[in-house]
Design a binder for this molecule. Structure first.
Ligand code: SME
Length: 161
């Protein structure tokens, strides 16, 4: 297993993802504990992009419960359909929020968060069992590039034993 991420200087966002993703694949290879792998994936993303917060919530009945993350402490439970994450779960779609103040039901876990992306993670039946949430201190941080590459990271998460 790799001990350290290797990222060149002065990369674009897309290039960072392209260097990071093979390293994430190598990182989880040979480890069969999902929590351990999720922790390292979140650490790798936080280290690479320095977002305010990156983590997962897992679905338990009608709630999302906080899972492995990096960043400041966060809300532990979110109801179905509430906030950006509960809405992404309910609608089964990626939500990019350029300015959280303009999202009607945004849940403030940390007042420093200005923009957000949430991606639902579906099992083979099409049921959402987890969501991936990233928060930034900058407005307009997330776009289609993040959606594309975070979706690739979701494929890695789905393949975890
Ligand atoms: N802002 C999110 C809550 C989760 S945190 O940002 C970690 C939301 O509205 O769902």
């Amino acid at each position: 297993m790799a001990e350290e991420l290797i990222l060149s200087d002065n990369l674009s966002k897309e290039e960072k993802y392209q260097q990071l993703i093979p390293q994430i694949k190598a990182l989880v290879e040979g480890e069969n504990n999902e929590i351990a792998n999720l922790c390292n994936i979140m650490a790798a993303l936080k280290h690479t992009f320095n977002w305010l917060w990156i983590g997962v919530y897992t679905v338990r009945r009608d709630e999302l419960i906080l899972g492995p993350f990096q960043g400041p402490i966060a809300c532990t439970r979110i109801q179905l359909g509430r906030g950006v994450s509960g809405t992404a779960w309910h609608k089964k779609e990626v939500i990019i929020v350029p300015n959280v103040d303009e999202f009607p039901d945004h849940i403030i876990c940390n007042s420093a968060s200005k923009s957000e992306i949430v991606l639902p993670i579906m099992n083979s039946n099409g049921d959402v069992y987890m969501i991936l949430d990233a928060d930034s201190e900058n407005l307009n941080e997330f776009d289609k590039i993040d959606e594309k590459y975070l979706s690739e990271i979701i494929e890695i998460i789905k393949s975890l034993p």
